[in-house]
Design a binder for this molecule. Structure first.
Ligand SMILES: Nc1ncnc2c1ncn2[C@@H]1O[C@H](COP(=O)(O)OP(=O)(O)OP(=O)(O)O)[C@@H](O)[C@H]1O
Length: 286
């Protein structure tokens, strides 16, 4: 069994939104980035995976098994959400004691190491910690019960660039163990460009694609052209397109082919943000 987490046809209907047959898997030793516009369904996906909300259909398997025991998930899956809050009068040291009693696999020394590494004061009340410090505390707790899978929903959004970089290094260290994996949603796509192996793009409740980051980075490109050339483009090769004031921006899956074929066009590399913007704000060709 190569996948730590497998999600198949996950479906959840709300009054005004449907998470629609979402499928993807997170292989061992890898980081899967979950991207999508606000309201795309990322948190709904994560909540359904963790059984925090009832799913209408689909299966979620951890290590090849549908887990009926939430206790087992609690031990083996470290979870960090944007906005998780501990009681304000606790201190990080007290949080460590409580977590030590709650998790069988708790490693108090590891927790102390993370407090030092993340520059968190052990004896300061949580109400006096900044948002970023609280987030770091959540990450320290999630890592210190020795999970095999980390699920992070916007877990780095409150951190400054220097601390984000440090935390991303911690995530990369975590997946050095090939039995570990991470599923992380983030709007900071440059973070995912740095650490993710795969990207799953959810758009309006559906998976638009699930691809390796390298495929996106090395193969996807944007043709910048005028109306005349746009009319000549092979429409079957266009993934999405958008016209701004002066030019057409056309997303293609094979930029080298486009460079060979349309010699007069500028074909730029595409960042994950570019891809997301063109799919969300542009027209989809197929
Ligand atoms: N409990 C609920 N009842 C009804 N609708 C809900 C509920 N929770 C979420 N939704 C709707 O589901 C949709 C998807 O929300 P979700 O939080 O999954 O998006 P997201 O991709 O995580 O967005 P963001 O990037 O803004 O966090 C939204 O339209 C939201 O209003």
């Amino acid at each position: 069994m190569n996948a730590i987490l497998q999600v198949e046809n996950l479906t959840k209907q709300y009054a005004d939104f449907k998470l629609d047959h979402v499928s993807f898997s997170v292989p061992k030793g890898t980081i899967m980035g979950l991207i999508g516009e606000n309201g795309a369904g990322k948190s709904t996906t994560i909540n359904a995976i963790l059984d925090l909300i009832h799913k209408d259909d689909g299966t979620v398997t951890f290590w090849g098994q549908e887990l009926s025991s939430t206790k087992q998930i609690k031990e083996d899956v470290g979870v960090v959400f944007d906005g998780i809050n501990f009681y304000e009068t606790l201190t990080p040291a007290k949080v460590g004691k409580i977590a030590g009693a709650a998790y069988k696999q708790w490693d108090g020394h590891l927790f102390q190491d993370y407090l030092k590494r993340f520059q968190l004061p052990a004896d300061k009340e949580i109400k006096s910690l900044s948002k970023g410090m609280k987030m770091k505390l959540c990450i320290a707790v999630a890592l210190s019960h020795n999970p095999k899978l980390l699920i992070l929903d916007e877990a780095t959004s409150g951190l400054d660039p220097v601390m984000r970089d440090d935390i991303l290094d911690v995530f990369l260290e975590f997946v050095q163990d090939e039995n570990h994996s991470i599923l992380m949603s983030s709007h900071i796509t440059t973070d995912l460009e740095k650490v993710a192996d795969y990207i799953t793009f959810i758009h309006q409740g559906k998976v638009l694609f699930c691809k390796t980051k390298d495929e996106l980075r090395y193969n996807y490109g944007i043709i910048r052209c005028g109306a005349a050339l746009f009319d000549q483009l092979d429409k079957a090769e266009i993934l999405a397109y958008r016209k701004d004031d002066y030019q057409w921006n056309v997303l293609v899956a094979d930029k080298e082919k486009a460079r060979r074929k349309y010699k007069n066009a500028v074909v730029d590399d595409a960042t994950i943000d570019d891809i997301l913007l063109l799919y969300v704000k542009g027209e989809q060709a197929k």
